[in-house]
Design a protein around this ligand. Sequence first.
Ligand SMILES: [Zn+2]
Length: 234
Amino acid sequence: MELQKILDYQKVDLQIYKLENELKNSAAAKAYANANISRKSNTEDAQKCVRDAEEVTVLIDRYRQNYDKIASEILGIADVLDTFEEPKEIDMFEKKIEQYKKELQSIEREMTRLSNKLNECSSKGKSCLNAVIKCNKDIAVSKSQIENLKKEMQSKVVVLMKSLAELKQTLPAEFLVKYSEIRKNHKMPVLVAFNESKKSCNGCGMDLPSSASSELVAGKLIDCPNCGRIIYKI
Ligand SMILES: [Zn+2]
């Protein structure tokens, strides 16, 4: 395996890597990612508003039933109140009615609180849904900007990929697997020159064992024990 061939391969690949990063770090790609995150959180918030509103509605229904039940009991008692003759009887029922009234007032207060909560759920839910709609627009815009960027890069990428494919033919498969694994970890460039004066890796700066220098003299490639890059010496 000729070192020059490997370095030629890397030279082309670095240009592809640069274009990939340009795309990944573009304002459009960042806007796309942010809009997706925002859409997800707003969708979740809107769903929570719906769940909360459902719970509140169930409670309101329950209070309403209690309210109707008590109100009709009061009316029933009031209707027959004048048929009572014993003052004790009348006293007792008046007290009961008072008690019912207090219960009704407490239910009313609770219903007002729940009704306010329902309004809150509704307005928060609406604003979340509006945010989702805005995110969808932002996503569509940034997506098309990304597509445009890709189109602009297309001609360059095609030439580079063709050249890379040709160079690939000249290199051993196991080397290419190793190279792509290191590349995946964003250790670019994958191949770095041995730093003769510092006896270190030019990728991460790690000092290399004294044996490295003699090993490299033989034209061999070695792996950096720290960053995993492949070290060469010309
Ligand atoms: Zn290193």
